[in-house]
Design a protein around this ligand. Structure first.
Ligand code: C5P
Length: 237
């Protein structure tokens, strides 16, 4: 059972989620639920997927005032998410308040606290787009490192970043800091809208704790075959 690959269930089709998770349940231990799947299945998704042996990463990328994000994260902790993310650009107070809320509700109810991650800069944004759209003079890597350190200072467990930034973050934030990377494309898959990408093997070699792969698996004719190819490649590292 692989512990590093997270399959992004980016679909609002409940039946599709059902058959894909059914065939992957003996091979993969994490699934990612975004807005599409969450709007279809709702909070039952956690017990449903846990019942199949999956951990669930809730990818709703919270970004709001501290009180709202704290309540969102607290509520999703109670519902049973195993990993939750929020935009690190939401600020130190937002991240700290959310982390404290998650810790306190988990303690009160004697349930596990989910892994909390800060999203740095989306993997669909390249250097040119970052500077022109964000009005920033920084390089993406500088901003990613800045946000990763903010997330660490706020007490989050780690960050979501491009595989291209892993070494930089690892060096600055240490071995225990979780680095999860989307923007993963096997050589046989199309990149689509993702820009700062590597192969699964390269991301593992660079030190990713988790890699997220969506379309190359769920749009494949045989999702299990796609997963097995990716895992074979990762094992070669
Ligand atoms: O289909 P694909 O492999 O590109 O899916 C990647 C998944 O990871 C998508 O669900 C996307 O929303 C998510 N994600 C991302 N970049 C981030 C954070 C999350 O691509 N920085």
């Amino acid at each position: 059972m692989d512990k590093k690959l997270i399959v992004a269930l980016d679909t609002d089709d409940g039946e599709e989620i059902d058959w894909i998770t059914d065939i992957l349940s003996k091979t993969v231990s994490w699934v990612k639920i975004g807005f599409q799947a969450f709007s279809t299945v709702g909070t039952d998704v956690f017990s449903w997927q846990n019942g199949r042996g999956f951990n669930t990463f809730l990818d709703l990328k919270f970004h709001d005032i501290p009180n709202t994000v704290a309540r969102d994260v607290g509520s999703m902790t109670i519902h049973g998410a195993n990993m939750i993310n929020m935009h690190a650009s939401g600020g130190m107070e937002m991240m700290q308040t959310a982390r404290l809320k998650s810790e306190s509700v988990a303690k009160e109810r004697n349930i596990p606290k989910p892994i909390l991650l800060g999203v740095t800069i989306l993997t669909s944004i390249d250097e040119e787009g970052f500077q022109s759209q964000f009005g920033s003079k920084r390089q993406i890597s500088e901003q990613v490192l800045y946000l990763a350190n903010q997330a660490k200072e706020a007490g989050l467990d780690g960050v979501v970043a491009s595989p291209l930034e892993i070494e930089l973050i690892r060096k600055s934030c240490g071995d225990d800091f979780v680095i999860l990377t989307p923007g993963i494309r096997p050589n046989w898959a199309e990149s689509g809208d993702q820009k700062r990408i590597t192969t699964p093997a390269e991301a593992i070699k660079r030190g990713a704790d988790y890699i997220v792969v969506g379309r190359p698996i769920i749009e494949h004719d045989d999702p299990l075959e796609a997963v097995e190819e990716i895992l074979d490649e990762m094992k070669g590292m």
